[in-house]
Write a protein that binds this ligand. Structure first.
Ligand SMILES: [Zn+2]
Length: 296
């Protein structure tokens, strides 16, 4: 592996927003050597940042700040005092480990090594990649109920669409299982839930009536097989409700205490990659449509 992660910690944001970002440490292979790194991805007001320190020589670290704006990634080197990493080990007790920006810019070889390492971490660190690509990194959805997917395409109902599906007498709606993450964001997985005929048609009737739609509350049973935290949610009895008039239904509660805790309490950002890996594994049985997991 080009990039090896050695520890995952949480870092309480210093701006007072209360969010806990990932603090990741590891090493990256450059020119036959291993360079250590420390990184914190953050996001405020829609601006996704990634702060990093890279050990470009023995006890010589360089600091970078990288940000995503309008789908363009920019990065710059900076002085330690301008980075939140100044309050994180090893710099909190030894600020002299960090090169000054002016010193770095004057050393072309070190600068080249720094940005080679920077780009490798960006491309090969799963958490950094997901952070810079939030559209695809945290939104997933099953295309259809498993029992519909298992039908031959010509046997599937022509009335099936993005949020509604049927198989014989069985009726299904799609809803987002949203897991809050300690960094203030959430992981969303679109799952199909079997509902009663009465609920299905009452939902259809208000689908284009925002005021009535936001008052909807449905009960149903999860139809897709998905392991979350090592437990399959298929067969769970759940409550669905919209959050607002612009998005599809969400899971409001689950009768299973572990699934309900995931919905209400969420997870630490440290656990996010493991949960995403579980979701990706489940998704391979149906191909994932690109983007718009929350679209109505
Ligand atoms: Zn903050």
């Amino acid at each position: 592996m080009t990039v090896t992660e050695t520890s995952r910690d949480e870092w309480l944001c210093e701006c007072g927003c209360g969010r806990r970002w990932l603090l990741t440490r590891g090493s990256v292979g450059v020119d036959g050597g291993e360079l250590r790194f420390v990184a914190i991805p953050t996001a405020h007001n829609g601006e996704r940042l990634w702060w990093m320190a890279i050990e470009v020589g023995a006890d010589r670290w360089a600091l970078t700040r990288t940000w995503l704006k309008d789908n363009n990634i920019s990065s710059q080197s900076l002085d330690l005092a301008a980075s939140p990493l100044c309050k994180v080990g090893p710099f909190d007790g030894a600020p002299g480990l960090a090169m000054a920006r002016a010193e770095l810019l004057a050393d072309a070889a070190v600068k080249t090594r720094l940005f080679a390492a920077h780009d490798l971490v960006m491309r090969h660190h799963p958490s950094i990649r997901a952070h810079l690509d939030p559209e695809t990194g945290r939104d997933f959805s099953f295309k259809m109920p498993d029992c519909v997917w298992s039908q031959a395409p010509q046997d599937r109902s022509p009335r099936n669409q993005l949020n509604f599906a049927e198989r014989g007498e069985q009726l299904f709606v799609r809803a987002l299982f949203a897991v809050p993450v300690s960094d203030g964001d959430e992981l969303r997985v679109g799952l199909w839930v079997e509902v009663s005929r009465e609920d299905f048609f009452s939902l259809l009737n208000v689908w284009d009536d925002p005021a009535a739609y936001v008052a909807v509350k449905l009960r149903g049973v999860v139809e897709n097989s998905l392991s979350l935290g090592g437990r399959d949610v298929q067969g769970d009895a759940v409550t669905l409700a919209p959050r607002n008039a612009d998005e599809c239904l969400f899971f409001a509660a689950s009768d299973d205490p572990r699934a309900d805790a995931l919905l209400k309490t969420g997870i630490s950002v440290r656990e996010l990659d493991a949960l995403i890996a579980e979701v990706r594994r489940a998704m391979t049985k149906q191909s994932t449509p690109p983007g718009s997991a929350g679209a109505r």
